[in-house]
Write a protein that binds this ligand. Structure first.
Ligand code: GLP
Length: 245
């Protein structure tokens, strides 16, 4: 059973998870961190930036970590502001003083896409695996971009985004048509290999997905339920997102 932590505000969740990350990095400055995109984890990155501003030595040490992002859109032009490579640079690397080349993002360019997943999994393994993986959850229960129907054993690979996910993410693009149809995402099997999973969710819109992920049956129809298979999963939610528990 995953550990569920219910907090009053997303900001409080950000502080808690930032502290877990700082503790990890304080213990092992060469830690491997798994970063998620989407709006949910931003509170974590902001809390880490605040720690860096306070001069917390563990936050200063973030510059020495290795990082891996969960996923990327396929086919966006290099440098597109909504490509996850750009989002990670803007929200994680720049504010936290982490050199961009220390955080890998799956390569979503069409060139070499057939082998990109395999190469990404190999890079994670060569780095020694992920120590702490931050996760959000989609309203359809996806983690990373593992949409419903994803195998629990899946590895990093190309997936087709559901219409629901494309609608959810349309807010980041000028028009819904601009949201890519495909992505490259760490598989559920890849994600489950991280040594500690920390899943965050806020707001009533996530309540159903959170309840199904944490307490529902293990099913590929709700990819987030894979967290129940993990020996060390922490779920950090606000009261609205915890409403279905
Ligand atoms: C996105 C990302 C996921 C993220 C989820 C929720 O599409 N690929 O990694 O967890 O959907 O996003 P948000 O946190 O913005 O609700």
């Amino acid at each position: 059973m995953a550990e569920v932590v219910i907090v009053e505000t997303p900001e409080r969740a950000g502080e808690l998870v930032a502290e877990a990350i700082l503790e990890q990095v304080g213990r092992r400055p060469d830690s491997v961190l798994g970063f998620a995109t989407g709006s949910t984890p931003l509170v974590v990155y902001r809390a880490l930036a605040a720690a860096l501003e306070r001069g917390d030595p563990r936050a200063v040490a973030l510059s020495g970590i290795r990082g891996f992002a969960l996923d990327e859109y396929v086919g966006l032009p290099a440098g597109h502001p909504e490509s996850y490579a750009e989002v990670i640079r803007r929200e994680v690397c720049d504010p936290l003083g982490i050199p961009v080349d220390r955080v890998a993002v799956p390569n979503g360019s069409l060139d070499g896409i057939e082998t990109a997943g395999e190469r990404y999994d190999r890079a994670i393994a060569e780095a020694g695996g992920v120590d702490l993986q931050i996760l959000g959850i989609g309203t359809d229960g996806h983690i990373g971009f593992n949409e419903p129907g994803s195998s629990f054993a899946s590895r990093t690979r190309v997936k087709t985004l559901t219409e629901q996910t494309r609608r959810d993410n349309a807010r980041f693009f000028a028009s819904p048509d601009e949201v890519p149809r495909h992505c490259l995402t760490q598989g559920l099997g890849t994600i489950l290999e991280a040594r500690h999973l920390v899943l965050l969710a806020f707001g009533a819109g996530k309540a159903e997905a959170v309840a199904a992920a944490v307490e529902g049956p293990l099913t590929a129809s709700l990819p987030g339920s894979a967290v129940q298979l993990h020996p060390r999963a922490t779920i950090v939610v606000d009261e609205a997102a915890a409403a279905g528990l």
